[in-house]
Design a protein around this ligand. Structure first.
Ligand code: NDP
Length: 333
């Protein structure tokens, strides 16, 4: 069994020596347990938070423990009445090639319904995050303008496409011309802006002539600075992620909080943070809607699949810098 453990906590940017590869014998399932062979491992921005011991909504990974993560796995031996060898399941087995489970928290997947890797992306946690955050907090109305960054990734790409399904204009922000071309030409966003362009704030303004009604916040930092002056009265801002800050925040020269609070008041803004699991009661509706949108071609998705578990650390460091292009997944077996 190959596993990747947290070797040390990063200070600032993640480095490869924050991880360690270990090899152990494949474990044997005990009474009521199953042995899982991991097929796919999801790499997600939240894992950066688990590497720190700062107080957050979830406990950190302990130094020396296997890195946490969502996985798609095959049951290869079972002492559990509910699962049989050959079943494909969604599990939370972390960065390793085999795992033991008592069956709690496993979800059986039907490979005939969709490629099983989609359970980690468009049909899984990131797709659900987009659905619940946008529709519950963002509430896009026909004709409104919705802006989202990290727009070629699993959350942002779904946000923009669902916004369009609801009749809104979708303006996507992404890093580089290839991602921008993809969200505009393949995903059908109404406009795509490269946040690395020197005149990015001006381009964003041009793309939002009627201002911004919903800003789905994924990144923070300079993108937020460019969005902020364009917010309309009664704008809604689901705060989903702040990836530009995950490796530490550069000290700001000025305290911008008073200006933000003034706008919250004078423009009646709604800024609401959320963690997707708070909306668990909406999962059935999501699992109804999203497969239909996929079948109808109203939602498209892109996966970025990296081969080999030992390449996970490098791929994860790339995710935090925008080197992934689509939902980042490691093919473990
Ligand atoms: P992505 O696959 O989109 O990967 C992250 C992307 O963020 C990168 O590809 C890069 O895209 C962009 N990025 C990285 N650094 C910066 C930066 N400094 N400025 C601007 N953009 C940057 O990730 P996900 O779709 O999985 O996640 C998107 C966001 O949603 C994250 O913030 C994540 O933490 C959050 N999230 C929150 C959840 C919740 O429950 N609240 C659940 C799931 C995700 P580009 O090259 O286009 O800039």
């Amino acid at each position: 069994n190959t596993r990747i453990v947290l070797a040390s906590r990063p200070s600032g940017r993640v480095k490869s020596d924050n991880f360690r590869v270990e090899h152990q014998p494949i474990p044997a399932p005990g009474k009521g347990e199953v042995l899982l062979k991991i097929l796919f491992l999801s790499l997600d921005p939240y894992m950066r938070g688990r590497m720190d011991d700062a107080k957050s909504y979830a406990a950190p990974v302990a130094v020396g423990n296997v890195m946490e993560g969502g996985t798609v796995a095959e049951v290869i031996a079972s002492n559990n009445d509910h699962y049989a060898a050959g079943d494909i399941v969604l599990s939370h087995s972390g960065w390793q090639s085999y795992a033991i489970s008592d069956g709690k928290g496993l979800t059986r997947l039907d490979p005939k319904l969709a490629p099983v890797s989609t359970a980690l992306g468009v049909l899984g946690m990131p797709g659900f995050t987009a659905y619940a955050g946008l529709l519950t907090i963002g509430r896009p109305q026909p004709g409104e303008t919705v802006v989202v960054a990290a727009a070629s990734g699993p959350v942002g790409s779904a946000v923009g496409q669902i916004a369009r399904i609801k009749g809104a204009r979708a303006v996507g922000i992404a890093g580089g011309p290839d991602k921008c071309a993809f969200i505009r030409n393949e995903l059908g966003f109404d406009a795509a802006i490269d946040h690395r362009a020197p005149d990015f704030p001006e381009q964003l303004k041009q793309a939002c002539p009627g201002g911004i009604d919903v800003y789905f916040e994924n990144v923070g930092g300079p993108v937020w600075d460019a969005v902020f002056p364009l917010l309309n009265s009664f704008a809604r801002i689901p705060v989903c992620g702040l990836i530009s800050q995950y490796s530490g925040i550069a000290p700001s020269e000025t305290d911008r909080l008073p200006g933000v609070m003034r706008a919250v008041l004078t423009k009646s803004l709604t800024i609401r943070g959320f963690i997707q699991r708070e909306f668990v009661d909406q999962r059935p509706a999501f699992l109804q809607a999203m497969p239909e949108w996929l079948r109808a071609g109203q939602v498209k998705y892109r996966e970025d699949i990296v081969d080999g578990l030992t390449n996970a650390p490098e791929a994860f460091m790339g995710l935090l810098e925008g080197r992934n292009f689509g939902k980042l997944i490691v093919r473990v077996a």
